[in-house]
Design a protein around this ligand. Sequence first.
Ligand SMILES: NC(=O)c1ccc[n+]([C@@H]2O[C@H](COP(=O)([O-])OP(=O)(O)OC[C@H]3O[C@@H](n4cnc5c(N)ncnc54)[C@H](OP(=O)(O)O)[C@@H]3O)[C@@H](O)[C@H]2O)c1
Length: 259
Amino acid sequence: MKETVLITGASSGIGLELAKCFAAEGCRLVLTARNQAALEKLAAELKQKHHAESIVLSADLARPDGPKQICNSLAAQKIVVDVLVNNAGFGLHGPFAQLPLQKQLDIIQVNVTALAELTGLFLPAMLQRGQGGILNVGSVAGFVAGPGMAVYYATKAFVQSFSEALAAELEGTGVTVNVLCPGPTETNFGPVARGDKVRARQTGKMSAETVARYGHAAFRRQKVIAIPGIKNQAAVLLTRVVPRRTIRNVIKSYNTFKE
Ligand SMILES: NC(=O)c1ccc[n+]([C@@H]2O[C@H](COP(=O)([O-])OP(=O)(O)OC[C@H]3O[C@@H](n4cnc5c(N)ncnc54)[C@H](OP(=O)(O)O)[C@@H]3O)[C@@H](O)[C@H]2O)c1
């Protein structure tokens, strides 16, 4: 039997496109997010196009019991997860002091705590079986500080560091960990983060399909850090040589809106 792949944030964007990549390989999917209708629509599409079986699990990862709910529900159905894709995430644009504090704590809960908890819940069984994989969705934001989106960038720095550290810890165990680091991508992320506010400076965005295909291929090749797109790769390279103060100023200006 092919692998069972649990994907968080599968209701839209990069997670939805990653689900298509794994379904095309014949994997069984566990699709989770809050929007159950969108997950069911995707499950029907994957069945029709790829004859893929999907289990739909609606869960809110901003709730502290979200990860355990997912794990318990799968255990009750005796479903073993071979691959965990920690993709769910969101951010909010604006200065830290002006944004609602609870919403910012929710970002940490979804992007950091739930990601670490799901990893902790599923990794031991993978290690026992001597096989498995974890694909975390980070961001190019994980390489820099992000004035104008401070909490979001900081959560992605955690994802970057955590993923790289785990990848090294797990060498030789049969379990792999990778981090996909997209740059600006055409998804619901922008509308969720900014509402209808528009950036003062626009950049070209990659499609969610291109990003997911790149991330999926990199996961299969066991490439620990996967940065899709030459512009994003160049930007990350620059962060190694440009002074941090300059980077902070560039990101601050990038994260400002049109009046
Ligand atoms: N788009 C970009 O420019 C970009 C760049 C770099 C990294 N990323 C990262 O890529 C990942 C996917 O985002 P995306 O761009 O594809 O945006 P998206 O289209 O908004 O997708 C985000 C996904 O996360 C889920 N999610 C959000 N809050 C959740 C919660 N409380 N509980 C459970 N699921 C939740 C959403 O599902 P529901 O709303 O149905 O719950 C949705 O499926 C995120 O980790 C994001 O940080 C995005």
